[in-house]
Design a protein around this ligand. Structure first.
Ligand SMILES: Cc1cc2nc3c(=O)[nH]c(=O)nc-3n(C[C@H](O)[C@H](O)[C@H](O)COP(=O)(O)O)c2cc1C
Length: 489
């Protein structure tokens, strides 16, 4: 299988980092905004209201009440709280300003594009649209009903990745980050939908080339995940398919796009779909586990939390802590069921580096979601180790708690072929998004960490590759002030 070669080749080691002579070519930085030029562009109403349901409640599986909205109002509120620009940062030395979005992204490079098929939304023409976050508008690429092969419904999102945006900085490791970012964007959609009283279902096991053709996607955009939203303001459903294409000319993102054959090969390999073998899930049986206390509560509204979510630059360290109830709320949010055609089996397990959690001794723990228990693996201070394993990034040591997400890649790929590699990363990104929002709800902050010494993590956690491999690191704590930040309403 190709995934093993790709994964092995893209591991960080001290040697690989020393060998790396990569300098960022700023003049060739890909444009973070895709436009399909020459198509009708539809306005989304400005200043949509914030969904008020408790963000932590939504993360813990509660449902919110739906409001009867017409199509434009629904889409505006939905996209404003899942994919829109939510802040800007200014570099003090140069004055250069750049946008940050509701969905996070490795290096803020935003490889993910949001397309959607709408059918029967009141006051909104049926069609295929591409979301334009730079102006909070929708580009109409086709009007009518576009046959896509995806399950029918009022609203079907298709998330695509433009790998070049990540390759520009992260080179061969970039495919991993594209997949993480899709997982984050997925949950950004799912949770905003839930906060607006809608349910959703993700489809990852579709035929790639057929969907690319059906949506006439630009060659540099790869469809990765479809997310159908059920329950938004339905109007009249038309039975007959048929549409008028505007298509649109995709903008050029860089003058000189460099090829990354390993990523091309990996993407091709993950297009292969195999049938599952119907494995049973394993359940934790630990006798000396530490039971989690009741999760902490928070009444912060979803709209506010989604729009103020930010990555911490670093954490304050020192004596500040979180409560055990906060940690319980974070883990509870991370382990809720996910709805999708690849979600019957979970592939990712959390290992925790506990630095400062009141009532829980510092140490490295494994989390067993089935029984809601923590298993102590190593006791003692983990701050130096967590930062060291995270490529020396101090924020993993200054946080109150840091995480290694360990994915059973063998199992994922036994079930879905190489495609399972994508699925495991989507799950890690989804957990990351849930941790980001839960942290924000609790008045602390998080940061995703895609850079770590892979095999050093395995050695420290005592894992063979058959037992699982590290796919993502995460840190949560009290953030340092970021003077460059300017939040948007
Ligand atoms: C998959 C992923 C990996 C990331 N890796 C790192 C990292 O290694 N170090 C870091 O400081 N931030 C990391 N980040 C945080 C991003 O830099 C941050 O999301 C981006 O700058 C946008 O800022 P925002 O999250 O405030 O919107 C990562 C984020 C994601 C989603």
């Amino acid at each position: 299988m190709i995934w093993r070669e790709y994964h092995e080749y893209t591991k960080h080691t001290a040697q690989s980092l020393r060998r790396s002579q990569h300098f960022l070519d700023w003049a060739n930085m890909p444009d973070p905004f895709r436009h399909y030029e020459g198509v009708p562009v539809l306005d989304l109403p400005a200043d949509p209201p914030a969904p008020q349901a408790s963000a932590l409640g939504i993360l813990h599986g509660q449902a919110a009440q739906a409001n009867a909205l017409d199509g434009p109002a629904f889409l505006s509120q939905f996209l404003y709280h899942s994919a829109a620009i939510s802040a800007t940062k200014r570099v003090p030395s140069s004055g250069y300003q750049y946008a940050l979005r509701v969905n996070p992204s490795s290096g803020n490079l935003h490889p993910t594009e949001f397309h959607f098929l709408s059918q029967g939304l009141r006051g909104w023409p049926d069609g295929l649209y591409h979301y334009r976050p730079s102006s909070h508008m929708a580009e109409q690429r086709a009007e009518g009903i576009v046959p896509s092969g995806l399950p029918g419904g009022t609203l079907n999102f298709v998330l695509t990745s433009i790998a070049w945006r990540e390759e520009w900085k992260y080179r061969d490791r970039a495919y991993r980050y594209c997949l993480h970012d899709i997982g984050h964007a997925w949950q950004a959609l799912v949770l905003a939908a839930r906060a607006m009283g809608c349910e959703s279902f993700a489809t990852a096991l579709f035929a790639d080339d057929e969907l690319t053709q059906a949506l006439r996607l630009s060659g540099d955009e790869w469809p990765m995940l479809a997310v159908s939203i059920r329950g938004p303001a339905p109007g009249e459903m038309r039975a007959e398919a048929g549409c008028t294409w505007h298509g649109g000319e995709p903008n050029i993102l860089s003058t000189n796009q460099i090829e990354y054959p390993r990523i091309e090969a990996m993407h091709q390999a993950t297009k292969v779909k195999m049938n599952g073998t119907g494995e049973s899930a394993d359940h934790a049986a630990i006798s000396n586990g530490i039971a989690l206390p009741a999760p902490a509560l928070s009444s912060k509204g979803y709209g506010e939390v989604a729009r103020t979510r930010r990555s911490a630059l670093d954490f304050r360290g020192g004596m500040e802590s979180i409560s055990f109830g906060d940690l319980s709320a974070l883990l509870h949010a991370a382990s809720q069921p996910l709805a999708g055609d690849f979600c019957d089996r979970r592939f990712v397990q959390l290992y925790l580096y506990v630095h400062r959690v009141e009532g829980l001794a510092p140490g490295m723990y494994r989390y067993w979601p089935e029984t809601g228990q923590l298993e102590l693996m190593r006791s003692g201070d983990q701050q130096v180790m967590a930062a060291g394993l995270s490529l020396g990034q101090q924020l993993a040591g200054n946080a109150c708690v840091a995480f290694s997400m360990i994915a059973d890649l063998e199992r994922a790929t036994r079930l879905h072929g190489d495609r399972g590699y994508r699925c495991a990363y989507f799950e890690a990104g989804a957990i990351g998004q849930r941790l980001y929002l839960a942290a924000e709800s609790l008045g602390v902050r998080a940061t995703g960490i895609g850079a770590f010494y892979d095999d050093e993590v395995h050695n420290y956690l005592g894992l063979t590759s058959q037992m699982g491999q590290v796919v993502y690191h995460f840190a949560i704590g009290h953030p340092v002030h970021d003077p460059r930040l300017d939040a948007h309403g």
